[in-house]
Design a protein around this ligand. Structure first.
Ligand code: PMP
Length: 435
């Protein structure tokens, strides 16, 4: 028995002892190129001096002050920074310690909003099949991933799931992007009407799907149509940018590329880039004002909300990204990595799809390239490839899940934004060996 209750009780893990740029070094001195940022977390690599200094300085000055007694400068400044750059309409930030907490806060803010405005019957949540929104019970209930949920049923009730915007199999049938997105928006509308338009609270989706399906961008026009449907029935649009946000897709918020604004957005991972645990829920002025004019209190405090050191770290991360113009670098490196992946794997008999945006790229592994039929899930090919890559000094993120609810195989690449061109070759060469 291990004294540490690890994620897998059947696996042993190397001991990470140091970080150097995009590399993690273990206790045997082995170096691993972090081509997935852990899980799309590390965007400045593992030794960003600007962030380390900011954390040291904050810990010395004031590590922590409980949010029911004080606000702090780093928290105020980080909120200002984010809201200045957030999609139009988002006006206030609630800080938490990670992605699942941010999703929980989003769900409760949506509930409270409708209670405050006298529509407490609006409780039903619509999300998408195969989605992942976190592991706490509310976030897990939101996600549409059957195999993840199975061991923990019964979950929160009042959640239903519609089709994800995943043009993959549909593309095989020749349906146009416009027809496909119109059909999905109609499916959402039908679901709202089936439940009763004034019973539905919110629709939740990731702008670019990260977890489970491996970096799937939406079809052009999809989110505009979804926004219209939500507006028509007074349903809130919650966008989960925990994985795809904070510059990962080449813009600070992934939704910027869709031309719409959500009512609530969740961010985490890249926000603190791994230097401190932090997440945040951004809300529209409409929601803020309803709560301000109503009870004036959000009954959701956690001990570590707005942690001063975490906020100082995130502020340093985000300022560094901006000062070094790393979002342009994400677009450039992303195009370079995607081109190399296509060149190397574009004709591979077992790679069904290569897709993504910016430094957020996914490879789908299939038994048959033409029919896109998945491998036997029992093989857990994604995990096998992860293991082979680790043995070869490469971290890539394994994911299981396909559109039809079976477990498929994906590899996610989401490296730090500070890579050099030669690192891209190292990623592709090592991945090739592993595959
Ligand atoms: N939402 C999405 C889209 C995620 O990818 C994740 C984490 N993979 C979460 C929520 C949960 O975040 P955390 O693991 O920080 O709780």
């Amino acid at each position: 028995m291990s004294r540490v209750f690890h994620r897998s009780l059947r696996q042993s893990y190397p001991t990470a002892v140091a970080g150097e740029g995009p590399y993690i070094i273990d206790s045997d001195g082995r170096r691993y190129l972090d081509a997935c940022g852990g899980a799309a977390v590390s965007c400045l690599g593992h030794s960003a001096t600007e962030v380390i200094e900011a954390v040291q300085q904050q810990v010395q000055q004031l590590a922590y002050a409980h949010s029911s007694f004080f606000t702090t400068e780093p928290m105020e400044q980080l909120a200002e920074f984010l809201i200045d750059r957030a999609p139009e309409g988002l006006e206030s930030v609630y800080f938490v310690s990670g992605g699942s907490e941010a999703v929980e806060a989003a769900l409760k803010l949506a509930r409270q909003y409708f209670t405050e405005i006298g529509q407490p019957q609006r409780r039903h949540l619509i999300a998408r099949r195969q989605s992942y929104h976190g592991n706490t019970l509310g976030a897990l209930a939101t996600g549409g991933n059957l195999w993840r949920r199975a061991q923990f049923e019964p979950l929160l009730t009042g959640v239903s799931h519609v089709s994800p915007c995943y043009a993959y199999r549909e593309r095989l049938t020749g349906e146009s992007d416009d027809d496909f997105s119109t059909r999905l928006a109609k499916e959402l509308e039908d679901e709202i009407l089936r439940l009763g338009a004034d019973e539905v609270m919110a629709f939740v989706a990731e702008p670019v799907v990260g977890a489970t399906l491996g970096a799937v961008p939406p079809v052009a026009g999809y989110f505009r149509k979804v926004r219209e449907v939500c507006d028509r029935y007074g349903v809130l649009l919650i966008l989960d940018e925990v994985m795809c946000g904070m510059g990962r897709t080449g813009t600070l918020f992934a939704v910027e590329q869709e031309g719409i604004s959500p009512d609530i957005t969740t961010i985490a991972k890249g926000l603190g880039a791994g230097y401190q645990p932090i997440g945040a829920t951004l809300v529209s002025g409409k929601i803020y004002r309803a709560i301000e004019e109503g009870s004036g209190f959000f009954q959701h405090g956690h001990t570590y909300i707005g942690h001063a050191t975490a906020c100082a770290a995130a502020l340093a991360v985000q300022r560094t990204i901006e000062e070094k113009q790393l979002l342009a670098r994400v677009r450039e490196l992303g195009a370079g990595l995607e081109a190399r992946l296509r060149e190397r794997f574009g004709a591979h008999p077992h790679i069904g799809d290569i897709r993504g945006r910016g430094l957020f790229l996914g490879l789908e592994l299939v038994r048959d390239r033409d029919t896109r039929v998945a491998f036997d899930p029992a093989l857990k090919l994604h995990a096998v490839i992860k293991k082979a890559a680790m043995a070869n000094g490469l971290m890539c993120y394994p994911m299981g899940g396909t559109i039809d609810g079976q477990r498929g195989d994906h590899i996610l690449l989401a490296p730090p934004f500070i890579l050099e061109e030669f690192h891209l070759d190292e990623v592709v060469d090592k991945l090739d060996t592993a595959i």
